[in-house]
Design a binder for this molecule. Structure first.
Ligand SMILES: NC(=O)c1ccc[n+]([C@@H]2O[C@H](COP(=O)([O-])OP(=O)(O)OC[C@H]3O[C@@H](n4cnc5c(N)ncnc54)[C@H](O)[C@@H]3O)[C@@H](O)[C@H]2O)c1
Length: 445
């Protein structure tokens, strides 16, 4: 007889929760997605993802139609499932420390929903939380509200998420690793079993460890990636002062050393997105509270913040004063294939351009609705790249969308008032733009 497959639920249907829930449903698991935001739930139930993520819309429609995925704002529905993943946001407080309000509230609602359940239930903390949070914050709330203790009836694990926006669906189908942190062997085994079924027995490398180590792995991973970006941007800024030196060639060559590796060595306007800055700030704050100043990560953040000014300085090099200049910004999302503008470098660059008196007209294939919420009437939004470029004195390419990669020098020249371009993403071969005034991050001139 086939063993019954566990039913799973997700509390928090943001980028992580919705993408993961949809993929679990696509793998044939009965999945319940829960969010407190009623409008979001209604939108998802109608088959419309609340954010742009390649492959999500199609998968969402299929799994809803097949009734494998059910979405609701009623947390008590967790009772019908065997395993609940907590996937709510863990933003920063003004001092950079982690804000655990959402995770605490979600644990409270989950605990009380499990109070009368008589079957075993496993709770999995998937949100990124600072080391110690699962054991010191989530566990007591869950135990108090459910009236149960972690052990025979109630399980608990930490299982950080490593998916990347833009490739979230693919990453969830085939993660490079699974990290399971638990002090309770039954909990860890249940979660491992779930992943074994998900991966049809071919588990990716799986690390079984303590909750605190699992939590630390996530921060260590993001701190390394952010530092790699600030490292290559530092090299790029030095290259820029060296005539004839191109950071692209430098990055290619050093990336051939297997100790360095080729990925994440792309010079640019600095990292963005919802995680790197927030997680580094939380890690720095946590570390300081424990008596250690992580100077390297503070420098990583400083280099990143400064990088936006470096991009603006390139446009000043071309134009002189920016006051009353019309600057086209191509790309608002923090990277291609997402509409997420949280902590996007474009926002930092636009802020600096505006402070210098420039008139900004921006275009993005997906992120304009989100950008309008943040930037309101402070800039002009264009319908396509050509209207953004029309009459511009300078264009800054901020996101590596394929749509921009296809643009040729003549597309810029025919629309712009002055042929000035700043390639902040290193999208183009400088040779193709030699008839324009072309500057790029990390290109010595
Ligand atoms: N976005 C990423 O690329 C990414 C990648 C890996 C890990 N993470 C981590 O995963 C977590 C979630 O990130 P995200 O980007 O998906 O967040 P998000 O802000 O996009 O979504 C969080 C969702 O949780 C919902 N929510 C909040 N409190 C709730 C409650 N009590 N009950 C039900 N729903 C509730 C919100 O309405 C929202 O829809 C964070 O800890 C983040 O650091 C994010």
């Amino acid at each position: 007889m086939r063993k019954k497959t566990a039913a799973v639920s997700f509390i928090g249907l943001g980028y992580v929760g919705l993408c993961t829930a949809t993929v679990f449903a696509a793998k044939g698991l009965k999945t319940v997605g829960i969010d407190i935001d009623k409008d979001k739930v209604n939108q998802i139930a109608a088959g419309k993802p609340p954010f742009h993520e390649p492959g999500l819309a199609r998968l969402l429609k299929t799994t809803l139609r097949q009734r494998r995925l059910h979405v609701t704002n009623d947390t008590t529905e967790v009772e019908k499932t065997d395993i609940t993943f907590l996937t709510v946001g863990t933003p920063s407080k003004p001092d950079g420390s982690i804000d655990l309000t959402y995770i605490t509230n979600a644990a409270r609602d989950l605990g009380s929903a499990l109070r009368n359940k008589d079957k075993y239930h496993l709770v999995v903390v998937k949100s990124t939380v600072i080391p110690g949070t699962t054991t010191s914050t989530v566990k007591p709330v869950l135990e108090r509200e459910s009236g149960k203790t972690i052990g025979p009836d109630l399980g608990m694990c930490t299982n950080p998420e490593f998916l990347k926006e833009g490739t979230a669906i693919q990453d969830t189908f085939s993660p490079d690793k699974i990290v399971i942190g638990s002090n309770d062997p039954k909990s860890a085994n249940r979660l491992k079993l779930l992943y074994q079924r998900f991966h049809r027995g071919k588990l990716p490398p799986t690390i079984l460890t303590t909750p605190e180590t699992a939590e630390m792995i996530k921060y260590a991973s993001n701190a390394f990636l952010a530092t790699k970006v600030s490292y290559i941007n530092t090299i790029a800024n030095i290259c820029q002062t060296l005539p004839g030196v191109n950071v692209e060639t430098v990055a290619h060559a050093i990336g051939l050393d297997p100790r360095i590796g080729p990925l994440f060595l792309k010079a640019g306007p600095g990292y963005g997105g919802s995680c790197f800055h927030k997680d580094l700030q939380a890690l720095i704050n946590y570390s300081n509270n424990n008596g250690y100043e992580p100077a390297l990560f503070r420098a990583t953040e400083e280099v990143n913040e400064e990088q936006a000014s470096r991009v603006v300085a390139l446009s000043e090099k071309l134009l002189g004063q920016l006051d009353h200049r019309r600057i086209a910004v191509l790309g608002l999302s923090f990277k291609k294939d997402t509409d997420d503008i949280r902590e996007a470098a474009s926002v930092r660059v636009i802020d600096r351009l505006r402070k210098k008196g420039a008139h900004v007209v921006a275009y993005d294939p997906a992120a304009v609705p989100n950008a309008k919420k943040l930037l309101a009437n402070s800039i002009e939004f264009a319908e396509d790249p050509y209207s953004a470029l029309k009459g511009a004195d300078c264009c800054i390419v901020m996101t590596e969308w394929d749509e921009f990669r296809k643009l040729k020098a003549k597309d810029y020249q025919t629309q712009m008032r002055l042929p000035n371009i700043v390639d902040a993403r290193r999208l183009y071969d400088p040779e193709d733009f030699k008839d324009m005034n072309f500057l790029a991050v990390g290109l010595g001139s």
